[in-house]
Design a protein around this ligand. Structure first.
Ligand SMILES: *Cc1c(COP(=O)(O)O)cnc(C)c1O
Length: 371
């Protein structure tokens, strides 16, 4: 009897179908377009480099890090620094993640039971949906209003119907830039108080001038999540969340013990000592945002939605054409029109340096003239 070779290419497909979950088989790999030689305005990165002297000092710290040792999984010092510098309420701890992406996966892992659901307004951050589904949770999206503000009655009705184990609110919201009213967010937290968590994702807090951190002690079910990514440290991958201590203890059980590596830990501790540098950069970006908004408002055919984040969502007459024309001029933005029906003909542009914003505006004007 002739058996097929274990390396037979023809049987690989049936092996994949047999072992990989159908859900995953149906997905695409998260695609990040190449930005070589581009003005990169697609990913809400901080465009400013660290001062040279600071980089040299950081290099010394990193050189001294003990790469041969596992991190100490309690991360006591880094957590203490975050608590004191980030205004975490007295008696509240933080949990660290390899970016907030990992924190979201941990929340899903801790709460997933077949039949349970997570809920979020739409359009919002895609990572509320993907890790939830990966963990076997259902996903319910509640459309924003046409002006991209929160539809509170629709949210409350959907929560009543689905009793979501987690409700995610991006504060401010990605990809719209909208800062939902604090009262509305807290009303939603109150509505879910007896059955579900409400996760307030403050990834854009450095640009928002608003936070709900101090509301933590008023709600057993409130989880507050932040990241250093948009503040200027996207490369080190560090997020943190706070909540009632009893809740955090449960989430800690599903955290991979060494999830934050020693280089990230060392760099984060160093940058927290120099938080003023990053905060000054964020302040400069807030000013650039104001300037960019004013310039966009003066352009015919462009509608800019209000933004409390380091990006601006605009609507143009034909987003695909404008996106392509910007690309031809070496300016990479996000074509948000493909994300959701409410975002037809929308582009999302990261606020950058004065020079890069000017390059974008010039390219945009040229693109609009071409239409
Ligand atoms: C960018 C972003 C994050 C950041 O995730 P990290 O994994 O920490 O980089 C989280 N939430 C929202 C809404 C974001 O837009």
């Amino acid at each position: 009897m002739m058996n097929k070779s274990p390396a037979d290419p023809a049987s690989l497909d049936s092996l994949l179908d047999g072992v990989i979950r159908p859900l995953v088989r149906g997905w695409h790999v998260y695609h990040v377009p190449s930005a070589d030689g581009m003005v990169k305005l697609d990913a809400m990165e901080n465009p400013y480099a660290l001062p040279t002297a600071l980089r040299a000092e950081l290099a010394g710290r990193l050189a001294a890090a003990e790469l041969n040792r596992y991190p100490v999984p309690s991360y006591t010092r880094l957590k203490q620094e975050i608590r004191t510098r980030m205004g975490v309420p007295e008696g509240y701890d933080v949990l660290l993640g390899n970016g907030s992406d990992e924190l979201i996966s941990m929340l899903s892992a801790a709460c997933a039971v077949p039949g349970r659901k997570v809920l979020a307004p739409e359009p919002s951050f895609v990572m509320y949906q993907i890790p939830a589904q990966m963990a076997g949770l259902g996903y319910v999206g509640v459309p924003l209003r046409a002006d991209l503000t929160l539809d509170v009655p629709a949210m409350l009705a959907a929560m009543e119907e689905h009793r979501p184990v987690i409700t995610y609110l991006s504060y401010p919201n990605n990809p719209t830039g909208t800062l939902f009213a604090a009262d509305d967010v807290l009303r939603i937290a109150e509505a879910a108080a007896s059955y579900g968590l409400v996760v307030v994702d403050e990834a854009y807090q450095p640009f928002a001038g608003a936070t709900l951190m101090s509301a933590l002690p008023q709600f057993n079910n409130l989880v507050l999540m932040r990241t250093v990514s948009k503040l200027g440290l996207a490369g080190i991958r560090l997020g943190y969340m706070s909540a009632a201590p009893a809740l955090l203890r449960e989430f800690d059980k599903v955290r991979p013990p060494y999830n934050v590596n020693v280089l990230t830990e060392t760099a984060a501790l160093f940058m927290l000592e120099h938080l003023d540098v990053l905060e000054a950069q964020a302040a400069a970006l807030r000013e650039e945002r104001t300037r960019l908004m004013a310039q966009l408002a003066a352009l015919e055919g462009v509608h800019a939605f209000p933004s409390a984040a380091n990006f601006v969502l605009i609507r143009v007459p034909d987003a695909d054409k404008v996106f392509g024309a910007l690309l031809a001029r070496k300016v990479l933005v996000k074509n948000a029109g493909k994300m959701h029906a409410l975002l037809q003909n929308c582009l999302r542009i990261t606020v950058s340096t004065e020079q890069e914003n000017a390059a974008f505006l010039a390219a945009l004007k040229a693109a609009l003239d071409e239409l």
